[in-house]
Design a protein around this ligand. Structure first.
Ligand code: SF4
Length: 647
């Protein structure tokens, strides 16, 4: 075991009376794991405790409602009544048993929610709708404001009674507290708006009222957006002005995030935005306060966290999505064991791009299918060791092989290409997608370490199965580009997106890409940005990139616009011609010509012929991932892990 060279992140620190064993924080992240009545579920407790087990010093619960009408998710974790105290008590006890501390994030969404969740009209400092949620809120009266301040204070009192170590006031991301603090949402001219004192009256009243209930030593963390990143929103310069006033009121630490719903793409920034993109907010605020400051924003690597602390840009570092991807990141970092860290790649597929307001959807993670399933996915050794053949070394095949081998099976993995990774090797090529290589590396290393026998550059055939006589076969042979039966497609030298991304075809200067889903748009981005091509993109649907998550899509379309890609939607290809295609749009035919290369990105079809050929040759056979049905990598990897546990 190597000993880590990281020291700063493992130094203890104090926030008011709370002593933390290290500087690594799991920030609040909406999970939707609470019980439908808002109490702490076993599910939620397991998920949070796994992060405490993994070595994080401070865990902060997700948004926790201080009012029964302050809901932002269906399964809204809540603390608006004493009936919630027992659940938090158990959670605190379980977290403390692992050496970590736990804080509850006190939250009210104000105008940034929906009345179908709150059961009442939304409320806000002013009757101005959030441009995302688009409901006109009711302007709060002063009496109602006092009532809400009291509810925040009562939430803190309950947290303390439950043995929770600290509370965090959610004053970031444009929620109710932030709405009062910013002219962007607050147009009041009474004591709760207008000048600096007015804008700060609601948060400072809340701090004072909490302090009265919890005493002088109890830690109050205040979370806020350094820069709201919207016209009329608070800037970092203005934030620095309000920090001393919040500190004076009694805040014991500042947790520096960014954005509001209208700039959501920056709150949980995707792979397109550099790691550590928001550290500056903490660094600036540190100049304005004497209490600890927490940095947050795609800090995925403990070595980056170490540098942030060494350079005195912050006192603690939140590693939210990194903790989803690998709850044991602190332990592994302490051992200097970087090759076993499952890196968050900023894909947002499992943690953000899900129907947040659906009761069923809880968070997940592309690289860690165990998120929220900690109990069900705990490793159980196989009752009997089997000979398992995995065909296909893409992410699904590797994950199935890894899990099966760790459970004690003898696993052999065949990959027909010379390297592992499958379609991820193509997915990592476009701009801002390079972090996908981290998961290829992780899985390749882990299958080797788990003792999987890897055969590269050889296709598994019926003979292979006859020779190996496996007890179980996992077919993870992936997919192949769809080549639809469109006139001219064979004769006119059309190539596929995989040909381009795999480096098999050098494109010309002027390119026509057919298919505006994720692969088509990202291939167009690669051609425009990296290869310097002029790109025209054609999509049958009215919008492109509809299969891409919101934040990733936002930055992808921004890049395509910068590259001056021409995008044609609601258009069907009728025929391919020598240098282009004939389209049908709005009932009319039009010819696009003058292209050097025509690239197809019209989806992927399953490759699974082997399954039919060998059916019946083994007791167990599983067809997984794209080989079964093309789908998102998130689902393919989760399914592969499940098969690894089942085999
Ligand atoms: Fe990171 Fe993607 Fe996992 Fe979210 S789903 S935590 S972005 S790897």
């Amino acid at each position: 075991m190597t000993i880590s060279s990281l020291t700063k992140i493992f130094e203890p620190i104090q926030i008011n009376s709370m002593e933390l064993k290290n500087r690594l924080v799991v920030p609040a992240m909406g999970t939707n794991f609470a019980n439908p009545d808002g109490t702490v579920s076993e599910h939620l407790r397991d998920y949070l405790v796994a992060r405490a087990d993994g070595g994080f010093g401070l865990i902060i619960t997700e948004i926790t409602a201080i009012s029964p009408y302050g809901k932002g998710t269906p399964n809204q974790l809540s603390i608006w009544d004493d009936k919630f105290i027992p659940g938090f008590k158990d959670l605190a006890k379980a977290t403390h048993a692992r050496g970590a501390k736990i804080a509850v994030q006190l939250y009210h969404p104000g105008r940034q929610t929906f009345s179908f969740l709150t059961g009442r009209p939304l409320v806000a400092p002013s009757a101005i709708p959030c441009p995302v949620c688009r409901e006109i809120p009711k302007e709060l009266t002063v009496e109602e404001i006092w009532g809400l301040e009291e509810q925040f204070a009562e939430g803190a009192r309950r947290a303390k009674e439950a043995g929770i170590d600290a509370i965090e006031i959610h004053g970031a991301h444009g929620y109710l507290v932030a709405q009062f603090m910013s002219g962007y949402a607050n147009r009041r001219s009474d004591a709760y708006g207008g000048d600096l004192e007015g804008l700060l009256r609601f948060p400072t009243d809340i701090i004072h009222k909490i302090r009265e209930k919890v005493g002088p030593d109890y830690p109050i963390i205040f979370r806020l957006s350094g820069d709201e990143r919207v016209a009329g929103g608070r800037t970092i310069q203005e934030t620095k002005t309000i920090i001393p006033l919040l500190e004076q009121a009694g805040a014991n630490a500042f947790h520096m995030s960014t954005g509001v719903y209208a700039s959501f793409n920056y709150i949980i920034a995707p792979m397109a935005i550099s790691p550590g993109y928001n550290v500056n907010a903490a660094a600036e605020v540190k100049k304005a306060t004497s209490v600890p400051v927490i940095a947050v924003g795609r800090v995925n690597d403990p070595r980056m966290a170490e540098e942030i602390l060494k350079e005195d840009q912050a006192d603690l570092v939140s590693m939210g999505r990194a903790s989803l991807a690998d709850p044991e990141l602190p332990k592994k970092a302490a051992e200097g064991n970087y090759e076993d860290i499952r890196w968050c790649i900023g894909c947002n597929q499992g943690c953000i791009d899900r129907p947040l307001h659906s009761r069923k959807a809880g968070i997940s993670c592309l690289v860690n299918p165990s998120v929220g399933k900690e109990r069900e996915t705990a490793f159980t050794p196989a009752s009997q060791s089997k000979k398992v053949l995995v065909v296909g070394g893409g992410p699904g095949g590797m994950e199935a092989a890894r899990v099966a081998a760790l459970r004690g099976h003898e696993v052999c993995l065949y990959e027909k290409e010379e390297k592992l990774g499958g379609q991820f090797n193509f997915a990592a090529v476009p701009p801002c997608k390079q972090e996908i290589t981290k998961i290829i590396n992780y899985l390749s290393t882990q299958v080797r370490k788990a003792g999987v026998k890897i055969i590269l550059g050889k296709e598994a055939t019926e003979e292979t199965i006859d020779d190996l006589q496996p007890d179980a076969i996992v077919i993870a042979t992936g997919g192949t580009p769809v080549i639809p039966d469109i006139p001219g497609i064979k004769e006119e030298g059309v190539v596929t997106a995989f040909d381009i991304l795999g480096g098999k075809v050098i494109p010309g200067r002027s390119i026509l890409v057919i298919g505006g889903g994720m692969v088509g748009c990202e291939t167009a981005d690669f051609l425009g940005q990296i290869m310097g091509c002029r790109v025209t993109l054609v999509e049958a649907l009215p919008r492109v990139a509809q299969d891409v998550g919101a934040a990733t899509r936002y930055f992808l379309l921004q890049r395509l616009a910068q590259e001056k890609a021409s995008i044609i939607t609601s258009a069907l290809v009728k025929r391919f011609v020598k240098d282009g295609a004939i389209l049908e749009r709005n009932g009319k035919e039009e010819t696009l010509s003058g292209f050097d290369t025509v690239v197809l990105a019209m989806g992927v079809a399953p490759v699974n012929e082997l399954a039919e050929k060998v059916r019946g040759k083994t007791k167990e056979m599983y067809v997984i991932g794209d080989a079964k049905q093309p789908r998102k990598a998130l689902d393919a990897i989760a399914e592969a892990a499940e098969i690894g546990r089942k085999v």
